[in-house]
Write a protein that binds this ligand. Structure first.
Ligand code: PLP
Length: 405
């Protein structure tokens, strides 16, 4: 047996006990690899849960951050921030949106989206329209409002009354969405592909029907692209696969490449209620975050980058399909788009995650017996081949021994 891999033999009691952490800590990273203080290498196909979009210690990001760190960290939004104006203009140029609000996380970006949608109806003379329809299996964050939006009872228990104004419907049935819309509905909020919910994609047909419904009823369509955005699915935004556009869209995770950064994008019309004083943030969009966000876009928007993500994603899915065929006792399906891939297990996700960790490969569990493969978008065939070799070893370890004939 190998020695315990961790540099942290006993976890500190000085922390809140909110996370079931693996007994592992890392000292440095390079590309898709993480290294423990003892120098053991782990192949990182979790990428900080779709955050390290350009891999660890990406030289472009390191240069952007260190250059900015020597000049100016923070001034607050009492002043203009040129990096913010530049990043907003680039996001606007590359999307349906006209305006951007910067925050520090996905939940905060979604709070901004919810406030923007409610305020839109308020200034349109329909203040009673504050309800948001969401879909079962959704994950929108851990603040009180975004928990109510996600609607998962296990996350809501014990925190007082659920924030008012969120109505949830079952997955993927347009007639249920129509039935949930009332004269008090402000918006429909959806992840085009549910991430935490198990890499569950909505069909383009369903998303188009949502758009039609929103237009007919005067509702805003909010897309939570905190996980799917910034190249993860092989397009800059996942909505680009669908043939429709949202009115409001949120980003976080990948746009900061590891630096905390979130964004709420909206059309001029949808954002018309967000006038001076209606929303704010101390840290959001500070010069450090903006330097990194702009550097992430430099890479992701460069010629050929998204083609590379799409090609690598197809190769990964092909290799995983063969793996599933060879190990039907362990895996029974592959789903997802680009480099947001879910491997559906016959066994519970935590068992598969642990078996992969034993092979020095990191993945993220998700709902519905799914392990998510979310490598940095910079990986190529070499890393995919290394991942599949580790998956094969983990599958063999998980396969019940058979009696010989
Ligand atoms: C991770 C995630 C969030 C929450 O982001 P935080 O930065 O943890 O607040 C919201 N929506 C989706 C789709 C996510 O994947």
């Amino acid at each position: 047996m190998s020695a315990p891999a961790s540099s942290v033999p006993t976890a500190s009691n000085a922390l809140f006990d909110t996370f079931a952490r693996a007994p592992l800590a890392f000292e440095r990273g390079e590309g898709a690899w993480l290294f423990t203080p003892e120098g053991e290498a782990y192949l990182d196909f979790s990428a900080g849960i779709a955050v390290n979009s350009l891999g660890h210690a990406n030289p472009t990001l390191v240069a952007a951050l260190t250059e900015q760190a020597g000049k100016l960290w923070h001034t607050s939004n009492l002043f203009r921030i040129p990096g913010q104006e530049r990043l907003a203009e680039r996001l606007v140029d590359a999307s349906f949106a006209d305006r951007v609000f910067f925050a520090n996380s996905g939940a905060e970006a979604n709070e901004c989206a919810i406030k923007t949608a409610r305020r839109y109806h308020y200034v349109s003379g329909r203040p009673e329209r504050y309800h948001i329809v969401t879909v079962e299996g959704a994950f929108h964050g851990r603040t009180l409002a975004t928990l109510a939006a996600g609607g998962q009872q296990k996350y809501l228990d014990g925190f007082g009354p659920k924030a008012d104004g969120f109505d949830q419907v079952a997955f993927g049935d347009i007639s249920l969405v129509k039935a949930a819309v009332t004269p008090e509905t402000a918006a429909i909020m959806i992840e085009p592909i549910q991430g935490e919910g198990g890499v569950r994609a909505f069909s383009n047909g369903f998303l188009r029907e949502l758009r039609t419904l929103c237009d007919a009823e005067g509702l805003l369509l909010i897309m939570d692209e905190v996980q799917t955005g910034v190249g993860r699915t092989g397009k800059l935004f996942a909505y680009e696969w669908t043939g429709i556009t949202p009115d409001i869209l949120t980003l976080a995770k990948g746009i900061g490449g590891g630096f905390p950064l979130g964004a709420c994008l909206a059309t001029n019309e949808a954002a018309k209620g967000m006038t001076p004083g209606t929303h704010g943030t101390t840290f959001g969009g500070n010069p450090l975050a903006m330097a990194v966000g702009n550097a992430v876009l430099d890479v992701v928007l460069a010629d050929g980058f998204l083609d590379h993500v799409r090609e690598t994603g197809i190769y990964l899915k092909q290799r995983l399909a063969a793996l599933v065929d060879q190990h039907p006792d362990v895996f029974d399906g592959v789903r997802g788009e680009g480099l947001l891939v879910g491997l559906h297990g016959v066994k519970p996700a935590p068992e598969i995650v642990a078996a992969l960790r034993a092979q020095h490969m990191l993945v993220a569990g998700a709902g519905d017996n799914v392990v998510r493969l979310l490598p940095p978008l910079t990986v190529g065939r070499e890393e995919v081949d290394a991942a599949v070799a580790k998956l094969e070893a983990a599958a063999a370890a998980l396969t019940p021994a058979r009696l010989e004939a």
